[in-house]
Design a protein around this ligand. Structure first.
Ligand code: URA
Length: 245
């Protein structure tokens, strides 16, 4: 069987990014067959026993990727101490792999999410340094003024500091409600709602329409769609080194 770089194996398991995995190896937190591992070490999955922080990591599972439409009311975590429905409930019961949501979406928000067990892809799509763009459509009460929209485009101050969208435009403007399309390359808690509140409007509905290269249209109106690694590569500008191999 072929050997792989140790840090790559750790990253593929979704335990840490490759860089973080290297740090763990350097810090002596990783062992192979009971001996402290070293940078550059190669391992054979299924044969070598690898432990990170004293915990064994086993053979990678089958990698799976699901685009799902998260309805309002579901929490985007794998478990919830309050017993609320998690996004994992949206998967068919025959999926036995341990998937997790790639990125968050508030319980009161809806729209596109990706569920996968590909740690490498998850790191890429969620790490702020990659600046993956997310697009939302926020329905707000009232008619949004041009001045307010310009304010949003320039950026607003929220508790963490000054934040500006990659883009913001008005899709609809009626006397009683408007729809603002807003793209962000960061993801602070309730960021869209808080930014819109700063320009004086209340979000009454928030839908995520794009997550990096993935668009709501890929679901074609269905609640969920399994996509293959090949489709991910075709949809996105990612190359195979961004995914677990
Ligand atoms: N911004 C929000 O306010 N909520 C989300 O779920 C995502 C972005």
């Amino acid at each position: 069987m072929e050997s792989s770089k140790l840090q790559q194996v750790i990253a593929h398991k979704g335990i840490a990014s490759r860089r973080k995995a290297e740090e763990l190896i350097r810090a002596g937190k990783v062992s192979v067959n009971g001996k402290t591992a070293h940078i550059g070490q190669r391992v054979i999955l299924g044969e070598d026993i690898i432990s990170v922080n004293g915990e064994k990591i086993d053979k990678p599972e089958n990698l799976r990727y699901f685009l799902v439409y998260k309805p309002v009311g579901y929490v985007s975590t794998t478990s919830d101490e309050l017993g609320r429905k998690t996004v994992l409930k949206l998967l068919p019961t025959k999926v036995t792999e341990r998937l997790y949501p790639v990125g968050r979406l508030d319980k009161d928000s809806e729209g596109l999410m990706l569920l996968s067990n590909d740690g490498e892809l998850a790191n890429k799509l969620t790490h702020p340094s990659f600046g993956i763009q997310k697009t939302y459509e926020a329905t707000v009460k009232g008619k949004v003024s041009y001045k307010a929209l310009q304010h949003l485009r320039r950026g607003v101050r929220i508790s963490e500091g000054y934040v500006s969208p990659r883009s913001a435009k008005l899709l609809e403007k009626d006397p009683d409600q408007s729809i603002i399309q807003i793209s962000l390359s960061e993801g602070k808690k309730h960021q869209v709602r808080r930014m819109v509140a700063r320009i004086g409007y209340d979000v009454i509905k928030l839908v995520r329409t794009a997550l990096g290269p993935f668009k709501l249209e890929h679901l074609a109106g269905k609640p969920l769609k399994e996509i293959t690694k090949e489709e991910i590569l075709a949809i996105s500008k990612l190359d195979s080194s961004d995914l677990t191999t």
